[in-house]
Design a protein. Structure first.
Length: 507
């Protein structure tokens, strides 16, 4: 039996494609650090090394898995599953977990621990999901599986960054046009150059020229020294005892379940492309990689990436995965990334993030039955509400006030209370409403009533909708019977929907 090659010419193409899918994520981790109160030196020494180890371990595993399958089936065209840091969870954990903790406490270390807690719980759920996720997928409408991630992508990937592009139009607008033209048209570039490399390169050139002309001037934070940074072990499991972090389970748990389901869908697409990997070990590595990242100080989960079919078509096999892991660890353990961000500001890399956010939203709308598209669109609203609440909170703080002071002045001009309530536990709320409406459209009233009953229970204990306003902003209100108006309304709705089921059977 012929042994598969370690590296082929197609692996170089695959590496560039995979690397420039994950490179903006690394820039995001550095660029969004101020939201959580992290100095760049802290990111370089405490966060990036752990993230890099988890990416390297996953890339090596999936490369080994590909070579093992190639030997087993005596094939030379097996392609490793692409793997990297999970983009949606970067935004979710920065803006919905670590950022709020820092705003409330002004303790960057506590915010970091909250992120590690989130990553650890996510990894545990993903690991458990390797054994039971398929059942949830079979019994949940696709609208409910796609809509929460689409809402997160629309709010925090698209809106959050496209405004930055237009604010820094001199350096970011042309790269966005270039990227959208190349990605949208699927043009084959000379030497198979990645569109993201072209767009980011143009942006970096604009930054250099405009800085030289003193047109673009942005204060640069102190950069960490370029040297070797080794990962530091963290007692991640000890953080589970901190009840302060438990309210964030309403964000962490559904996102982890959705991530696992998305990985399962990616494995199906990999199988359709001709590489039939065992499902359980493929999902287990994802969960174990995330746990390892948390134990080494990274608050950002890992995930399987889309794009296997494209890498396979370009001739990539297993070497591209190994090369991606090695280059990632070289960038993340040397303090180079903050320096790169000096020459490639976040606004220049933002169009890549915006594009993948748009793809996520489009996928959610197009990959469900036409009649259920309305359920997907409804599911976008809770995440948009949470995003709008964060904007309102930021505006109030910058004006020297707080939402607690501003809300009573709104009266009937703005339903601020409804905006906040809908945003609390937005991912769960999105899933519940999308599932319930999708089942109603199908006249499957009993499961729709089940989802509404779940909403009643979750609101009764404060996981969704319940909140209180304090000088520190919006705080979750976990307890018993903390949102009775929602609990009773959902319970009554479940009874009504069951009545519809009875009526439909008699009609």
């Amino acid at each position: 039996m012929e042994r598969p090659e370690w590296f082929t010419s197609g692996d170089l193409d695959g590496f560039f494609g995979l690397f420039f899918s994950g490179f903006p994520d690394l820039l995001l981790i550095v660029g969004l650090a101020p939201v959580c109160g992290f100095p760049l030196s802290f990111v370089a020494s405490h966060i990036l090394p752990g993230a890099a180890i988890s990416v390297l371990a996953g890339n090596l595993f999936y490369a080994w898995q590909a070579r093992r399958l190639a030997r087993k089936e005596d094939r030379s065209d097996v392609t490793a599953i692409p793997f990297g840091i999970n983009t949606p969870t970067i935004f979710a954990y920065v803006f919905l977990v670590m950022g709020p903790v820092y705003l409330r406490t002004h303790d960057a270390n506590l915010a970091w621990h909250a992120g590690i807690f989130a990553s650890l719980i996510s990894g545990v759920i993903q690991t458990a999901g390797a054994y039971c996720t398929d059942w949830l997928r079979r019994n949940t409408p696709r609208a409910a599986l796609l809509s929460p991630l689409a809402g997160l992508a629309l709010a925090f990937l698209c809106l959050g960054f496209i405004f930055g592009v237009f604010q820094q139009a001199a350096i970011a607008l042309l790269p966005m046009v270039v990227l959208f033209a190349l990605y949208g048209s699927h043009l084959k570039l000379p030497y198979r150059l990645p569109p993201a490399l072209i767009a980011i390169g143009i942006g970096a050139l604009l930054v250099a020229v405009l800085r030289r002309l003193h047109v673009y001037t942005v204060p640069t934070p102190a950069l960490p020294a370029v040297k070797l940074y080794l990962p530091k072990a963290v007692n991640a499991f000890g953080l589970v005892a901190q009840r302060t972090f438990w309210p964030y389970l309403a964000i962490i748990a559904p996102l982890a379940v959705l991530d696992t389901l998305a990985s399962l869908m990616i494995l199906e697409s990999v199988s359709l492309a001709g590489d039939r990997y065992d499902t359980r070990p493929s999902l287990l590595m994802n969960g174990v990689g995330t746990i390892a990242a948390a134990c080494l100080g990274s608050p950002f989960p890992t995930t399987l990436y889309l794009g296997h079919a494209a890498h396979k078509a370009n001739g990539a096999r297993s070497g591209y995965s190994v090369l991606n892991g090695l280059v990632t660890i070289a960038l993340c353990t040397t303090g180079v990334l903050p320096v790169v961000l000096h020459f490639v500001p976040l606004e220049v890399a933002a169009p890549v993030v915006v594009w993948f956010g748009l793809i996520t939203v489009a996928q959610a709308v197009t990959e469900v039955p036409f009649q259920q598209a309305i359920a997907v669109i409804l599911g976008l609203v809770p995440a948009l509400s949470q995003w709008a609440t964060s904007i309102a909170d930021t505006v109030a703080r910058k004006a020297g006030s707080s939402l607690m002071e501003v809300a009573p002045r709104m009266g009937g001009d703005l339903a601020l209370g409804g905006l906040i309530a809908l945003g609390q536990g937005s991912l769960l709320t999105s899933m519940i409403w999308s599932a319930a409406l999708a089942f109603m459209i199908q006249r499957r009233f009993a499961p729709a009533a089940g989802w509404l009953t779940a909403a009643a229970v979750l609101s009764a204990v404060g996981v969704i909708h319940a909140y209180r306003l304090s000088p520190n902003g919006v705080e979750s209100l976990i307890g018993w019977w903390v949102a009775p108006e929602f609990t009773l309304a959902y319970a009554a709705g479940a009874v009504f929907v069951l009545g519809c089921s009875w009526y439909a059977r008699r009609a």
